[in-house]
Design a protein around this ligand. Structure first.
Ligand code: GRF
Length: 201
């Protein structure tokens, strides 16, 4: 069984979808730990409800971003984590963290990357006027939303959309896509060659 940590700063609805998928056997792994950088994150409350170990690690307790990320690495190594899942984690991880878990960190982004990376993927797509956007699960490298793409799903933009309604439909797609990608990782079905991530039998 692969041991998964979910890092989340906010509502944690993707976390909830992942925990449900684990429970129903759709992810061949276990969520060993949830970590947040926000004391008030709903994600922490969700973890507690699911009886999953939940930690708030406060960035203000550390002198620098490197020290914070080093503390995370130590915690995850101690817990023998195989996969780091970012689910609305609003901090850029430092290279020392990325290098400690090569091709073992996944993120979900609410656009079809490489279009609209960054903090406002939904609003940027809407303002640009694209007719199709979506979500992307990718491995995390040292860039911003730039690692190898694992899965993507398209979501049409409709004329009446606001950022809120569009994000709601993208979320619905995320709740399917993220557990699928995590399960593929847990069953060792993902193989990365350069930028291309293959699904193997
Ligand atoms: C999701 O839209 C995800 O794409 C982005 O952050 C949001 C997290 O939402 N990276 P939630 O906390 O899982 O509800």
């Amino acid at each position: 069984m692969k041991r998964i940590v979910v890092l989340a700063s906010g509502r944690g609805t993707n976390l909830e979808a992942i925990l449900e998928a684990v429970k129903s056997g759709d992810i061949a792994g276990e969520v060993a730990l949830v970590i947040s950088d926000q004391a008030q994150a709903q994600a922490l409350q969700r973890a507690e409800r699911w009886k999953v170990k939940a930690l708030y690690i406060n960035p203000k307790d550390y002198g620098s971003r490197d020290q914070y990320d080093q503390a995370l690495v130590e915690q995850l190594k101690q817990e023998k984590i195989d996969l780091v899942v970012l689910a609305g984690f609003m901090r850029l991880l430092r290279p020392l963290f990325i290098r400690a878990f090569p091709l073992q960190i996944m993120n979900i982004h609410p656009s079809l990357l490489p279009a609209f990376p960054g903090l406002n993927g939904v609003g940027d797509a809407l303002n640009y006027g694209v007719k199709v956007t979506g979500c992307t699960v990718h491995f995390v490298d040292e860039g911003l939303d730039s690692g190898p793409v694992i899965l993507q799903e398209a979501v049409p933009v409709i004329q009446e959309d606001t950022a809120e309604t569009l994000h709601q439909r993208i979320h619905a797609s995320e709740y399917r896509l993220y557990p699928t990608a995590i399960d593929l990782f847990c069953r060792e079905k993902l193989k990365v060659e350069g930028r291309r991530c293959m699904i193997i039998d």
